[in-house]
Each structure stands twice: as structure tokens, then as C-alpha cells.
Design a binder for this molecule. Structure first.
Ligand code: SAH
Length: 284
């Protein structure tokens, strides 16, 4: 087990080149200088029409992981309604827009999903160019599907812009390939809690345990112990390697390497905090 902490470049375990690149201060410097100069090449970049809502993924944190469509949307939007996982640095790309926070952070009360969806409808009906910005990919455990349904039901035109999901891009920044031809040809993405906040009882954990070599668990921190127990009961090896990646791709990224049976205790011992991805199984 090893705890790898960002910020100390020379101490970082360099499993893959992508890991090294992320931590290289020299390359960070270049990207900051480049950001001033970014302009879109001529082409048919889509325009947000008044009264439209674009449901857009912001990636796991690092602004460099935004798509060009997301950047194009940020530059045009009248209003950006964003989640807790969207980094402030990303919102800086939309200085002209009204910013509306629709997440749970810093002890502020959580907005209800239905209210957020209806707020989007109202903003569109006011003729605004609305950008709904969500961490990662909007359709991966992001309630983007619910928002899209509500908008369509209310006759609001929408466009979906996918984003890099934390369970793929976040793990990559930690040097963890989510598949690997030699050891891992299958991966399953699972949510660690359901609407009520409990470990999802509708999931067949035994089937999940047996179904693929690597399991990537979102929102799994609170129930990490229960999840480990269910997987071990279903036949996974207690010594199986696991990683916990917190605040992936941000300046606060931390990576804990542990085993399935130790995961819960190590999360507590090392003060790992959400948002975190749990990755169970051999990846290299
Ligand atoms: N739509 C998002 C997931 C939203 S669910 C996506 O595609 O990535 C919220 C969960 O995503 C968090 O509880 C955590 O498990 C994970 N997550 C999101 N961003 C993360 C990050 N930067 N680092 C680690 N985990 C992250």
C-alpha cells in the first residue's frame, strides 16, 4: 500500500507517461501561456440559439480536459448553471455569463433535482442561451438523463455534449489504465449509493463481483466497507489491488493504493475525501 500525493513531483510514482506529464511543472507553464491564445479555427462551430439548453460535461476537473464543444458553449452562454464538481477555473471561461450554482458544496443546502430541471425550463423560456454544466460526463451518474427528459417533455430544445468521465479520465491521471490488454479486458462502472443514500439494493452485487475484472465505483466512499464485504462474499480476492483516487485531475489529486479488504480502513487512516473513484482489480 502506498499513498501518492500530488505536488511533490519527484516523489510521485511514475507508472505511466501520462502520470508524469500531469505533474510536470514545465508543461503546466506552457499550457497556461497557451490558454490566452486559444481561438477556434474557422468552421461550423455550433451556435447556442436563444431558448436552447445545452447539457454539457465539464470533465473531471482539469480545464484542459474540456472538449472544444464545451469551450465553445462556455463562450456563448447567457447563463451557466453548474454543479459542485465543476471547477471555478472552468467557469472563468464564461466571463460574460450569469453563473448559477446548482450543487452541494461548503455546507450550502442541496438543490432538489426537480427544481433544477424546472429552472432550466424557465431559463430557456425566458429566451436565454442556457449551458447546463456537469462534472465528468452528463449521462454518467450525473442525472443528465433526468434533466434531458424534463426538458424534452416541456418542449425545450436541447443539445448534449459528452465529457470525460472521472472513472476513465480521473483514473488515467492517476496512471491507471481502465483496461489493459494483458490483465484486464472488462470493466464495469457502478454507483456506490442509490437515491436514498444507501448501497444500491437493486444491484446484483454477486453478479457484479463475477462479471468483470475491474470495477470502477462512483460515489462509493461512504459505503466502501459494505461494498468490499459484498464483493469478498461473492468471491473476489480480499488481497485484490484497489486504488482510491480523490479529486482526480485537480491540484488536490491524491491516490491511495490498497487492497479490497483494507480499503475502508486505509481510506479512513489516510483521510481520503470525496469526490473519489474506487477502482478494484488489476489494471497493470
Ligand atoms: N458525471 C460524473 C460523475 C458524477 S457522480 C462523471 O462522469 O465523472 C459524482 C461522483 O463522481 C463522485 O462521488 C466521485 O465518485 C466521482 N468523481 C467525479 N469527479 C471526480 C474527481 N475529480 N475525482 C474523483 N472522483 C470524481
Amino acid at each position: 500500500m502506498a499513498l501518492r500525493s500530488i505536488g511533490v513531483f519527484c516523489r510521485v510514482q511514475t507508472r505511466l507517461w501520462s502520470h508524469w506529464v500531469f505533474r510536470c511543472p514545465h508543461l503546466h507553464g506552457i499550457s497556461e501561456r497557451m490558454s490566452d491564445a486559444i481561438s477556434f479555427p474557422k468552421g461550423d462551430w455550433p451556435v447556442i440559439e436563444p431558448g436552447w439548453v445545452w447539457l454539457c460535461g465539464a470533465g473531471p476537473g482539469d480545464p484542459g480536459l474540456l472538449t472544444l464543444h464545451a469551450l465553445n458553449a462556455l463562450r456563448q452562454a447567457d447563463v451557466v448553471i453548474y454543479d459542485a464538481l465543476v471547477q471555478d477555473k472552468i467557469l472563468d471561461w464564461a466571463p460574460q455569463a450569469e453563473l448559477i450554482y446548482a450543487g452541494k458544496r461548503g455546507g450550502r443546502p442541496s438543490a432538489k433535482q426537480r427544481d433544477i430541471s424546472l429552472r432550466l425550463v424557465d431559463l430557456a423560456r425566458e429566451g436565454k442561451r442556457v449551458l447546463r454544466l456537469k462534472g465528468g460526463d452528463p449521462f454518467v451518474f450525473g442525472r443528465g438523463g433526468e434533466e434531458a427528459q424534463t426538458l424534452v417533455q416541456h418542449g425545450v430544445p436541447i443539445r448534449i455534449i459528452p465529457g470525460i468521465s472521472a472513472g476513465i479520465g480521473g483514473l488515467a491521471y492517476a496512471g491507471i489504465p481502465v483496461t489493459h490488454r494483458d490483465v484486464n479486458q472488462s470493466v464495469t462502472f457502478v454507483t456506490g449509493h442509490d437515491q436514498s443514500g444507501a448501497t444500491p439494493s437493486s444491484l446484483n452485487w454477486a453478479a457484479i463481483a463475477q462479471g468483470s475484472q475491474v470495477l470502477v465505483i462512483y460515489m462509493g466512499m461512504k459505503h466502501a466497507g459494505q461494498i468490499s464485504d459484498k464483493l469478498i462474499d461473492a468471491g473476489r480476492d480480499p488481497q485484490e489491488p484497489c486504488a482510491v483516487v480523490s479529486s482526480a485531475t485537480t491540484d488536490n489529486q491524491r491516490v491511495l493504493e490498497t487492497t479490497l479488504s483494507r480499503m475502508e480502513a486505509d481510506i479512513a487512516d489516510h483521510g481520503m475525501e470525496p469526490p473519489s473513484i474506487l477502482c478494484i482489480g488489476r489494471s497493470d
